[in-house]
Design a protein around this ligand. Structure first.
Ligand code: ATP
Ligand code: MG
Length: 498
């Protein structure tokens, strides 16, 4: 492909070490104009680190980085600002927006539209809206971005990259927070960008996407480059085998067959702002799915069950008894655990270490006159190991890769021995091997009589895991499918409210 063309960026034999970890180990990598290269690998493989070296956030410990054929690591002094000036943009896992500012201000920060030397808000708004319509997205640019949904924030980041006239864009798990329809839109945008000669590095754990838009791929494993090639020359199973280093025979385990009595019933549950008239039953041993587009009210519903979102009408019945949880701690005492969708804000205490995050909701169990630290550590380690968390027990969670953080949030509710697990997009950002691990965990939990309610943007995941799936549209349940009715087409039409 484009033989002889100078790559936009090239890494030659780059290594990057952090205390105790070699995040990149002699990796060579390049990207040409108009090329979309997939960067794949397990959680903690080094993908985001590679991205951060390209944007000048990290300096390589060894090796060199070339931009447009020139060695930029030679003299030092290559920073995030330099990469921006050279037209290298990134849409990150971690958001880079200023939460208190609105979308428009975030888009044009340091780059205001001026008219007669004055900032012209009108011109900016027009330009902002042009950008959004190019991206085929609708986002309110006038409210502080902290009030926007994750997916909307991502769109603003992407719009910003496009507006900077970037010559290459790194998309680090951009689609992890997007839904089917929005992902289609991203594909469309990528195709346009490619035609304009813009290079793209596409990082994702959703391998189907790679076959949809990428030309080439690079697989990392424990910081080492395992393989690079043309997407046209491999299939999905081969790619999975390269990523996890073994064949994977079965992704979804069979459904648990021993379903018992209702453990949770919702009757006419209503919260003025988010959802109305929700009727739902969850039995012991059952996995219940909720499908719905962004804004359908799924996250709010899970939080309402967890005592974390105000209910204005209707009933929650727990084991046959009407309950009303004033706070999450009341729900936790009854045996309910929630894995939230924004783990940074809700799921983890960032400056706590791995063990202390995992044991947080179970501390009572380790208190016998004095705290039993040894047992606490042992049990936390046991769960973390089962979840294949790549981290040492004493490590603070803030520096862990995104997927490993997610595994820790799940571990903590497993250890808390909850009876009902509320999972809000639990496999977001999780690698393919660990996904299968989580599916197996869900199976094991239900086989022990535990219950699961799961929200996921991936229909394939819901279809593979759930006994029944409720489809939510604009705050209301449209239908519940189970058994033979549990098909993709039945769900898709209801997702759009038709
Ligand atoms: N600033 C840092 N300090 C210490 N260790 C770090 C730092 N950044 C990354 N690491 C470690 O380097 C390794 C690679 O992390 P990286 O974030 O690049 O993984 P990744 O491939 O992006 O994973 P994921 O798919 O989970 O996002 C991990 O072991 C991680 O814990
Ligand atoms: Mg990452």
């Amino acid at each position: 492909m484009n033989a002889g063309v100078t790559p936009i960026i090239e890494l030659r034999d780059v290594s990057k070490s952090f205390p105790g970890v070699k995040a990149l180990d002699h990796v060579s990598f390049s990207l040409k104009p108009g090329e979309c290269r997939a960067l794949v690998g397990e959680n903690g493989a080094g993908k985001s680190t590679l991205a951060k070296i390209i944007i000048g956030h990290y300096t390589p410990s060894e090796g060199a980085l070339y931009v447009d054929g020139a060695n930029v690591s030679e003299k030092g002094g290559y920073h995030v600002r330099s990469s921006q000036q050279m037209g290298i943009a990134v849409v990150h896992q971690e958001l880079q927006l200023i939460p208190e500012m609105n979308g428009l201000e975030n888009l044009f920060i340091g780059n205001y539209e001026k008219k007669f030397g004055l900032v012209s808000r009108k011109a900016m708004l027009r330009k902002g809206e042009e950008l959004l319509s190019f991206l085929g997205a609708e986002v309110d640019l006038t409210v502080p971005v902290k009030e926007l949904r994750m997916a909307e924030k991502q769109i603003i980041q992407l719009a910003k990259a496009v507006s900077m006239q970037a010559k290459m864009i790194i998309m680090d798990e951009l689609t992890a927070v997007l839904q089917e329809k929005e992902i289609e839109n991203i594909y469309r945008i990528i195709r346009i960008l490619k035609q304009r000669g813009i290079g793209i590095i596409y990082i994702s754990h959703r391998l189907d996407e790679i076959f949809e838009v990428c030309d080439t791929y690079t697989v990392l494993c424990d910081g080492r480059l395992i393989h690079s090639g043309e997407v046209g020359d491999v299939n999905k199973d081969e790619l999975i085998a390269m990523i996890i280093g073994r064949e994977m025979t079965q992704i979804f385990p069979p459904l648990n067959e021993r379903i018992g009595d209702p453990i949770l019933e919702l009757k006419g549950l209503t919260s003025e702002k988010a959802f109305r008239n929700i009727d739902m039953t969850v039995r012991t041993g059952e996995v219940v799915g909720i499908a719905g587009l962004v804004g359908a009210g799924k996250t709010e519903l899970l939080n309402a069950i967890f005592g974390n979102y105000k209910i204005t009408d209707g009933e929650i019945i727990w084991k046959g008894e009407k309950v009303s949880f004033k706070s999450p701690s009341a729900a936790i005492r009854k045996g309910i655990g929630l894995v939230p969708d924004e783990r940074k804000q809700l799921g983890l205490v960032m400056n706590f270490n791995v063990v202390h995050n995992i044991t947080l909701p179970s501390l009572k169990r380790f208190e016998k006159v004095t705290m039993q630290h040894g047992r606490e550590r042992e049990e936390a380690n046991g769960v973390a190991k089962r979840m294949r968390v790549k981290a040492t027990p004493q490590q603070s969670v803030v520096k862990l890769s995104g997927g490993n953080q997610q595994k820790i949030v799940i571990s903590k509710w497993v250890l808390a021995d909850s009876e009902l697990f509320l999972f809000d997009e639990p496999t977001r950002g999780i690698d393919v091997g660990a996904k299968a691990e989580i599916y197996k965990l869900i199976h094991d939990l239900t086989a022990k009589g535990k219950s699961v309610v799961i929200v996921s943007p991936e229909l394939e995941e819901l279809l593979g895991l759930c006994h029944s799936i409720y489809v939510m549209f604009e705050g209301e349940f449209q239908t519940c499918v189970s058994g033979e009715d549990k098909t993709q087409s039945n769900i898709i039409s209801k997702l759009l409210g038709v």
